[in-house]
Design a protein around this ligand. Structure first.
Ligand SMILES: O=C(O)CCC(=O)C(=O)O
Length: 203
């Protein structure tokens, strides 16, 4: 356990769930603290809907996005300018840095408005991160199913449910070996925010 923020950071594996290098901690943030952060971010984060081209058609991305970081980030064909981390995200980044013993200097915030919003299969390897360090993923709001599959055999996909206040750590190097996705869920669902804390090599 890390001595960092005093929070429990002993990870456990869900039965048969996550592959090596992926760790889940439920209740990393207590529910009231997590709801407060969610409400604050929804009000202040200036989440944007971007357009993407799929099979020659332009359509809105099925989620809203905000980027915060020392550097700009070009993501899904959209250039997100550098933007300072707001106080509440900065505090969480510091807490994660202490607990995971790794710095973070960029955060992608995704807003899934309903179960119809989603993210397709991808790896978070579209920026210079040096040695592919850990990515820390905090979930707020509705529980959503997160899917993972090894690049070497995509038929071996697995899933884990990410609850309100949970922390998923994608370990160093896992972006080289695995893809992940957040599929649509047809049942009626409330909104969800996800923050992925990353390290980008200073240019
Ligand atoms: O919303 C999630 O849990 C996944 C987010 C994600 O895949 C990403 O930010 O790259």
């Amino acid at each position: 356990m890390s001595q960092g923020s005093g929070k429990q950071t002993t990870f456990f594996k869900l039965g048969g769930g996550l592959p090596a290098g992926f760790d889940l901690l439920t209740d990393y943030l207590k529910a009231p603290e997590a709801y407060e952060l969610m409400a604050d971010l929804l009000e202040t984060a200036n989440l944007d809907t971007h357009l993407i081209r799929i099979f020659g058609r332009t359509c809105p991305m099925p989620r809203r996005i905000a980027w915060f970081g020392d550097q700009s980030y070009s993501y899904s064909g959209v250039q997100h300018p550098a933007r300072p981390l707001p106080g509440n995200i900065q505090r969480l980044a510091q807490q994660l840095e202490n607990d995971l013993e790794q710095p973070f200097n960029g955060v992608l915030l995704n807003h899934y408005r309903t179960g119809e919003d989603s993210m397709g299969w991808h790896t978070d390897d579209d920026y210079d991160a040096g040695e592919y360090p850990k990515i820390a993923s905090i979930s707020l709001g509705a529980t959503r199913r997160f899917r993972l599959r090894p690049k070497s055999d995509p038929s071996l996909s697995m899933s884990v449910d990410l609850d309100h206040g949970s922390l998923l750590v994608m370990g160093a190097g896992t972006q080289l070996t695995h893809q992940h996705a957040l599929p649509k869920m047809r049942k009626a669902l409330g909104g969800r925010l996800n923050l992925t804390f990353r390290w980008m090599e200073p240019k």
